[in-house]
Design a protein around this ligand. Structure first.
Ligand code: ADP
Ligand code: MG
Length: 416
């Protein structure tokens, strides 16, 4: 996410983390310094020497300066860079301080300030992978570089320790990430559901209002057509377009409230034949041949035949629309090994891109200029209501095979 696009809530979270970090850093940093340079020598030698080696006292002044700049940035500017300011200043100042202290001497390197452990173990609280890597790589390579310059293998001890601590911090960080991403997914799903519920309510309300005027429009158009029999070729087109609006309204209303199902015995042969009779003309217009194979005597289905006709109409229309250059559509109906009714519709069309496979069937997902993206949504809902299954196999550029599986004997014969 771009930092400039972060919401005030996230900025507030970062501020909280930074405040905690600044407090802990400074308490640990100065306590360690006091303990290491003043209390320990006092205990062992009984005297205090205020002339700290390395940078000397100005070492502390520089860190107080960094603290001042950081508070300024936290309050007035970009809070997100404060953690980097601290890290980079620390690495830089500490490296120079240690070089002054050890270069040209034969003293062995003793580990750095304990605050470095805080850097690593605290890094997951910023939930930022870039920062984590900078901390780990920065601290480890500082000590490696130091060991290399001084030719002192003692510097390898902290480097190795930090490597292990980084591993722990990394595990914590990835846990944070995975937890946050599941939360976001749940949130997305909820929002999608809410959105659909609202669209569904609207669609149902508007659909009801549109239907009545549409019905009278169709009735009057038919009347006009009968009255002026030989005068106008446009009536059939007008009626066809009114039917198209009607079917879009029907599909839209499906989002809000799936229709009650009327189960009755029906023959699949009849349903397929009806679907083909409607789509035949459209297919021929595009140079497409539809080949149908009905295997053996097929048992009757317990179904809502009107709705199943809608299913196969949608599927065959999609197949035709995917084949702009003509070709063949194979419709195969048979009883599969599990004694279920299987209907497969195979086209030689454009296929569905892999990244779209999961989206087809979502309301309003369409890749067509004049598509509504409602067909597969309605289709899969109807099949679900029939306790059936819809499977899609597709290869881009080669074609798509849609497989509908319906139980032959409907056990729960009830509306949804
Ligand atoms: P629409 O047909 O209005 O676009 P659908 O819900 O019927 O809506 O289909 C959604 C999308 O799924 C289509 O836009 C298309 O990208 C893809 N699709 C469905 N069936 C096929 C098919 N047989 N071949 C290629 N793409 C398909
Ligand atoms: Mg469609």
């Amino acid at each position: 996410m771009k930092e400039s696009s972060k919401s005030p809530k996230l900025i507030y979270e970062e501020k909280k983390a930074i405040k905690l970090f600044l407090w802990l850093f400074n308490i640990i940093f100065f306590s360690w310094e006091i303990f290491y340079y003043y209390i320990m020598p006092f205990i062992s030698r009984g005297e205090i020497d205020f002339s700290r080696d390395g940078f000397g006292i100005s070492y502390y002044i520089v860190f107080l300066l960094v603290l001042t700049v950081s508070i300024y940035f936290t309050k007035k500017k970009n809070v997100y860079i404060v953690k980097y300011i601290y890290l980079i200043s620390y690495l830089f100042i500490d490296l120079i301080d240690n070089l002054i202290r050890y270069l040209g001497t034969d003293k062995h390197f003793t580990s750095g300030n304990i605050v470095e452990v805080l850097f690593i173990l605290f890094s997951p609280i910023f939930v930022n992978k870039k920062y984590f890597w900078m901390v780990s790589i920065g601290l480890v390579s500082k000590d490696l570089l130091f060991g290399l310059i001084l030719q002192d293998t003692f510097a390898l001890v902290p480097a190795l320790t930090y490597l292990i601590l980084s591993l722990i911090a990394y595990i914590i960080l990835t846990r944070f990430y995975s937890y946050i991403s599941s939360l976001m997914r749940v949130n997305d799903e909820l929002r999608k559901k809410e959105k659909l519920a609202i669209i569904g309510q609207m669609a149902t309300a508007i659909g009801h209002e549109i239907r009545n005027p549409l019905a009278s429009l169709k009735g009057f158009t038919q009347l006009q057509q009968e009255r002026y029999l030989n005068t106008n070729d446009y009536y059939p087109i007008m009626i066809q377009e009114i039917d198209r609006i009607n079917s879009i309204v029907d599909d839209l209303m499906y989002i809000g409230k799936p229709k009650a199902i009327l189960f009755e015995k029906a023959s699949i042969e009849e349903i397929i034949a009806y679907t083909l009779s409607i789509t035949q003309q459209m297919a021929e217009g595009q140079g497409i041949m539809i080949e149908t194979t009905l295997a053996g005597p097929l048992p009757p289905l317990e179904c809502d035949s009107k709705q199943l006709k809608q299913v196969f109409l949608n599927l065959i229309k999609n197949a035709i629309e995917s084949m702009q250059d003509g070709g063949k559509i194979k419709v195969h109906v048979y009883i599969n090994e599990e004694k279920q009714m299987s209907i497969s519709i195979k086209d030689e069309g454009c296929g569905i891109a892999e990244e779209h496979i999961l989206n087809v069937g979502e309301p309003f997902f369409t890749t067509k200029k004049e598509g509504t993206g409602l067909g597969l949504m309605v289709t899969s809902q109807i099949i679900k209501d029939h306790n059936g299954k819809l499977e899609i196999e597709s290869e881009i550029g080669k074609g798509t095979r849609i497989h509908v599986i319906l139980p032959v004997l409907q056990k729960n014969v009830s509306g949804s």
